[in-house]
Write a protein that binds this ligand. Structure first.
Ligand code: DGJ
Length: 722
């Protein structure tokens, strides 16, 4: 620590000396978070330039000449900037350009290891200011960057562009990994080399906004991203709405990373005295490849952005795949019995429990919005059915989709004007439903009331799955002024966060899963209000391996819900082994399963609770063999004290990966290897099973792997010898 401080002081002095010699430089300063550093320079022209973003150990010298305008940290549109602007505003007098001059900066310590620097900029000709916030979490080399825009002009300033940040990196090569896909194939990884020009990755969906791409990416410098080596920046935007990432490689081969809310159709009329806040972009940096970048993201998230990170997630029995909307009290009780017999800890009642008369929720065309329990399916109400679960020592949770309404509902008949729509257009439905306009105060009150009236009188409900099954196709609000229609994209999401916050604070003992027709909403804007998320309705283990692999780059395993189903009709063992690598659950008609299947699941639940769950909840992820590069996928979680690890192997295709090299163990210690999750009477084929190997052997020669046929899978425990 002392050495680090001395080095920092030395570098600051060096910069100060260099600055003093250089007439172009008014001030030099750095913001450092662990291994990641941003170096700033205030030019003789008072503009805020960035000199470097990356390795904190790299020495940065101010250029002999004034930097060109594209090196401004937040390049503003219109007065000489030639590149993609970060900020674009039309001032009250109609001037379309903005000029931003540095007026000062300050750094404060928010908590041990957490510092925040605020850099203030102002247009010299207008009362228009931008404050850049950079929050540094030194332990994980994580920077969280956002900005606020305010003004005191006599009228409304129109904001057209509002990037959260636009740092520049400089390397010989830039390799971009993105996680795109669609329903049932979410977070699919692909990597490409960037060339000159602007590459845009975005979402224009408003809500359920991440259905086709999650707001996260990895940038590898000077070569493709590798798991354990190489320089990478890993980023994620804390925003559940539409987003835009622009990767701009300019004529000098510098790469500018413009990230933030999608400005498309979102111009914002900012009142005098108002403040516009951008969501934060998170950047972590690693010189040990994307594996370490993921672990840094996970550690950061566990400490800062996942609700009750330290609490074990319960083993769930969910009924969606088993029953859809077709159930009654008797059927649910049978499922509760199945949950108890297999050791599941909580029953999650999915869609279909509400709506009455013509609007009974028997399919996805009816009843959304009418959150009264179905008298047909649950004649004795929610508290009765929750108690029936508890009688069997199984907790009870419930599905909600508060943001939506079916036209076939009482709510819609009463309040047709509450939906997001546009005048003179034929409504476009998504999954037969419309979106309630959350910018409208009555809708905000109504959605809170749905949550409150479902949970408050029923304290036995201790879990909520919050779903959202469509995106915005006709951005219009009958509440917002005609001139402010474009505010909808942004105001909706801030109102949503207020609602989620109220839910989390109002029901601190209710756990929650974030879902949006699969993983249509997974980001660190929403995650602080949730314990886990639903990665996909694709629970075929073959598909799930890649989907969970994608999310593992940013999200810790305790947030990644993984349920055993019969989708794809794969071997039950493989379905179980894949689910054992996440927040484990089951979505099966247990009452119809064979005795053998029930026994297999019960054994998996017991194994998970006793030995695996602590590692999934709190272990450190090591991705070992990528399903994108091999017929085998393998990953492991290692306890932070390096005493234990769980290792998963899945054959997604025929083929052989002879050895799996482990990571994260203590090289000098001895570990016993044991294959677990074996069906009764089946012997392990792993040569290392029951043997003792050193950490060095496991991390150098690795584990000999006998698997070679598609759908084979294995789970192994690695325990340190006392
Ligand atoms: C979409 C979710 O992803 C599913 O798990 C399920 O909850 C359905 N919605 C219910 O409508």
């Amino acid at each position: 620590m002392k050495n680090l401080l001395t080095t920092c002081l030395f570098l600051c002095c060096l910069l100060a000396v260099r600055a003093a010699d250089n007439p172009n430089v008014k001030k030099l300063f750095t913001v450092t978070s662990g291994e990641l550093k941003l170096t700033f320079m205030v030019g003789a022209d008072d503009r805020l330039y960035q000199l470097a973003f990356g390795d904190a150990a790299r020495e940065v010298t101010p250029p002999a000449k004034m930097p060109s305008r594209e090196w401004e940290f937040l390049p503003p549109y219109g007065n000489g900037v030639l590149t993609e602007p970060a900020i674009q505003a039309t001032h009250v007098d109609g001037n379309t350009s903005t000029e931003l001059h540095y007026t000062g900066h300050r750094t404060e310590t928010l908590a041990p290891g957490v510092e925040q620097t605020i850099i203030s900029l102002k247009d010299p000709a207008y009362p228009f200011t931008v404050d850049i916030y950079i929050k540094c979490y030194a332990d994980n080399s994580m920077m969280e960057i956002w900005n606020t825009v305010s003004h005191n002009e006599k009228g409304k300033v129109v904001l057209h562009r509002f990037a959260s940040a636009s740092p520049i990196v400089k390397a010989k090569e830039y390799w971009l990994t993105q996680f795109a896909g669609n329903y049932k194939r979410e977070a699919t990884l692909s990597e490409e080399r960037l060339s000159e020009g602007v590459k845009i990755l975005d979402s224009k969906l408003g809500i359920r906004a991440h259905q086709m791409r999650i707001p996260s990416f990895i940038l590898s410098l000077d070569g493709q991203a590798r798991e354990n080596e190489g320089e990478v920046l890993s980023a994620s935007l804390r925003w559940s709405g539409s987003f835009q990432f622009a990767f701009d490689v300019d004529w000098n081969k510098n790469l500018r990373l413009l990230t933030g809310m999608n400005p498309l159709g979102s111009q914002y009329n900012l009142e005098r005295g108002g403040t516009f806040i951008t969501p934060a972009i998170l950047y972590t940096y690693s010189k040990q490849g994307k594996g370490e970048a993921s672990r840094r993201f996970h550690r950061w998230a566990m400490a800062n952005a996942v609700r009750d990170a330290e609490k074990d997630r319960p083993v769930l029995l969910n009924n969606w795949e088993a029953t859809h909307c077709d159930f009654d009290e008797a059927r649910l009780k049978q499922l509760f019995d199945g949950a108890r017999q297999t050791g599941a800890e909580l029953f999650l009642l999915d869609d279909g429990w509400f709506g009455n008369g013509p609007y009974s929720r028997d399919d996805d065309k009816h009843g959304l919005g009418d959150w009264e329990p179905s008298v047909k399916k649950l004649p004795r109400g929610l508290s009765y059915i929750a108690r029936e679960a508890l009688k069997r020592k199984v907790g009870f949770g419930i599905w909600l989709e508060p943001e939506m309404v079916n036209p076939q509902s009482e709510l819609y008949q009463k309040h047709p004007d509450w939906i997001i729509t546009q005048p003179k257009r034929e409504p476009i439905l998504g999954r037969h439903q419309e979106i309630l306009d959350l910018t409208r105060p009555e809708v905000q009150a109504y959605e809170w009331d749905i949550i409150d009236k479902t949970l408050r009188p029923n304290p036995d409900i201790t879990y909520v799955k919050w779903d959202c099954n469509r995106y915005i196709t006709q951005p219009g609000s009958s509440y917002l002024l005609p001139t402010d229609q474009s505010h909808l994209w942004i105001d909706y999401n801030w109102a949503l966060y207020r609602l989620m916050d109220r839910f989390a604070k109002g029901f601190p003992n209710v756990m929650a899963m974030l879902c949006a027709g699969g993983s249509g909403r997974v980001d660190y804007g929403a995650m602080p209000y949730f314990h886990s998320f639903w990665p996909s309705d694709n629970t075929d283990p073959l598909g799930r391996i890649k989907i969970q692999w994608g999310f593992s780059h940013f999200f810790p395993a305790n947030t990644i819900s993984a349920h055993v189903t019969r989708m794809g009709k794969r071997h039950l063992k493989m379905a179980i082994d894949v689910a054992l690598s996440g927040a484990f659950g089951i979505d099966l008609a247990l009452d119809k399963a064979t005795a053998e299947e029930r026994a297999q699941i019960a054994a998996a639940v017991a194994l998970y609770k006793e030995r695996i769950r602590p590692l999934v909840m709190r272990g450190e992820l090591y991705r070992l063999v990528s399903p994108y590069e091999s017929p085998l996928a393998s990953l492991s979680y290692v306890s932070t004290d390096k005493q234990k690890a769980v290792v998963y192997l899945y054959q997604t295709k025929d083929g052989h990966e002879p050895r799996v090299i482990l990571g994260g163990l203590d090289a000098d210690k001895k570990y016993r290897v044991e294959e677990v999750s074996l069906p009764i009477g089946v012997a392990s084929r792993f040569p290392a099973n029951g043997k003792v190997l050193t950490g060095a052997e496991l991390m150098n020669q690795g584990l000999e792997n006998p698997l070679n046929a598609q759908f084979e899978s294995a789970v192994l425990m690695v325990d340190i010898l006392p």
